[in-house]
Design a binder for this molecule. Structure first.
Ligand code: BES
Ligand code: ZN
Ligand code: ZN
Length: 459
């Protein structure tokens, strides 16, 4: 998609008119033969960011439906509807959401004779200021990287095994100033990341540990470490998931996809930050080699973990990764993971869950999340919950002694491996797109927009 700000839209290009009326959509043609799409955006005087985001996505969805390849949008009218959003931010939000709505996972579909429906050109009028251009440039990078995260997240598991994810990542960063290191199973074992080895044992596709380093800040500045759960397929292991819970489990590396492309965006934006990305990539399968319930793992930290349920694999691989992260003396570590179905029970499908003891950080991330449309909402991380995840024969159990509050007990489990400022984001609720958010079926790309904005503001 090209966004042109310096051209008068040709007459045949439909114009978008946002109108303060019920959310009806109508098509009009004026006397000069020029067509327009009139989108009702509700009766309120101004649009909230959320309404604006949804309206923009809806425009693209309608355009694709109509098989329009071009659109004309007047930035000034949009500007007048969305108050209290600075120009650059509105421009960024505009491009990101046009791009997100235009994306669809078409990789395995035969292209129709008429081509896949896409909006190829957007003529953005009254948008030719430095501030707006700056926002557009940022939006393009963030939108593209979010779509790439969505793309690798939704790839079939056989095409995105740990080794293939590692290879993809290496390729991805070839032209960016990011150092890529990949450990194979032998190396992971040699370093003592026994949890990753245990979870990966059941699969013929062996684990990888992906390390990305971006030193955009001063060498003396401590880095921010981003960790992404990289379970390329989660069958549940010996505690095999029921049939209905298996579809979508190729997306259990969404956290990994998210932090890979967050870093790609940060590198393209040339952020003056030091950022490390760590991804434990494994496949959780059932076979004669699988780790079993009752197994006890001595994790890298020295703490022992009793396997009570092989389907609670994310926290086991993250435990070792969190321990490894300490080697970087991080100022902050944020992990992003499709960790629990319980987070969806708690929050539905409209917000990720955030866990942190740092209230300022929590507030910052919550506000950014709402502003960019990638929301996180807090759940408790009190030490009292620790009683729920003690092991019978080992230091910790990977499920614990209660069936309640599964998102919280998972977070408390992770906390036992943390020795630095930290936030955990459970993106299971926002792994898959839902009706009404005007995005194609598939992955949401949760986390990318949130983290890029967070790292940009230098918090
Ligand atoms: N990958 C799943 C969590 C998940 C479920 C993500 C649905 C996205 C959509 C995770 O590994 C898992 O299986 N968690 C279990 C933990 C339980 C066995 C303690 C869960 O949440 O049910
Ligand atoms: Zn699982
Ligand atoms: Zn999982």
């Amino acid at each position: 998609m090209r966004i042109l700000t310096d051209r008068i839209p040709p007459k045949k290009i439909p114009r978008v008119i946002f109108r303060q009326q019920s959310d009806r959509v109508t098509f009009q043609t004026d006397a000069a033969g020029r067509s327009s799409l009139v989108l009702g955006v509700g009766l309120t005087a101004t649009l909230t960011r959320r309404q604006c985001i949804l309206a923009l996505r809806r425009v693209v969805m309608i355009a694709k439906d109509q098989r329009w390849t071009g659109l004309a949008i007047d930035f000034r009218t949009l500007r007048s509807l969305v108050k209290e959003v600075p120009d650059a931010e509105l421009a960024e939000l505009l491009v990101v959401n046009l791009l997100l709505a235009d994306y669809a996972f078409e990789h395995y579909k035969t292209e129709p004779d008429t081509g896949f429906p896409h909006v190829r050109t957007v003529y953005l009028t009254n948008a030719d200021t430095a501030r707006v251009r700056h926002g557009l440039r940022r939006g393009k990078i963030i939108g593209e990287e979010t779509n790439r995260a969505r793309h690798i997240a939704i790839m079939p598991a056989g095409e995105m095994t740990p080794a293939l994810l590692a290879r993809y990542t290496r390729q991805m960063f070839r032209k960016l100033p990011v150092r890529v290191t990949i450990w194979n199973e032998r190396e992971i074992e040699r370093r003592g990341l026994a949890g990753i080895i245990a979870v990966g044992k059941g699969s013929t596709s062996k684990p990888r540990f992906i390390i990305l380093e971006y030193w955009g800040g001063k060498r003396t500045e401590k880095p921010t470490v981003l960790i992404g759960k990289g379970v390329t397929f989660d069958a549940g292991g010996i505690n095999l998931k029921p049939t209905t819970a298996i579809p979508g489990m190729n997306m259990d590396m969404s956290g990994g996809a998210s932090v890979i492309h967050t870093l790609a965006a940060c590198a393209r934006l040339k952020l003056k930050q030091n950022i490390i990305v760590l991804i434990p990539a494994v496949e959780n399968m059932i076979s004669g080699e699988s780790y079993r319930p009752g197994d006890i793992i001595r994790t890298l930290s020295g703490k022992t973990v009793e396997v009570q349920d092989t389907d609670a694999e994310g926290r086991i691989i993250l435990a070792d990764t969190l321990t490894w992260a300490a080697k970087y003396h991080p100022r902050l570590v944020i992990d992003v993971a499709t960790l629990t179905g319980s987070a969806m029970v708690a929050l539905g499908e409209r917000s990720s869950a955030i866990f942190t003891e740092d209230e300022t950080l929590e507030t910052t991330l919550r506000h950014i999340g709402l502003a960019v449309g990638d929301p996180v909402w807090p759940l408790p991380l009190w030490d009292e919950y620790l009683d729920d995840i003690r092991g019978t024969y080992a230091d910790l159990g990977n499920v614990g002694n209660t069936k309640w509050g599964g998102a919280i007990t998972a977070a408390i489990f992770l906390k036992q491996f943390v020795t630095y400022p930290w936030a955990h984001i459970d993106i299971a609720p926002r792994m898959t797109t839902i009706q009404g958010e005007h995005l194609a079926k598939g992955s949401v790309g949760a986390g990318v927009q949130l983290l890029v904005r967070f790292l940009t503001t230098g918090a």
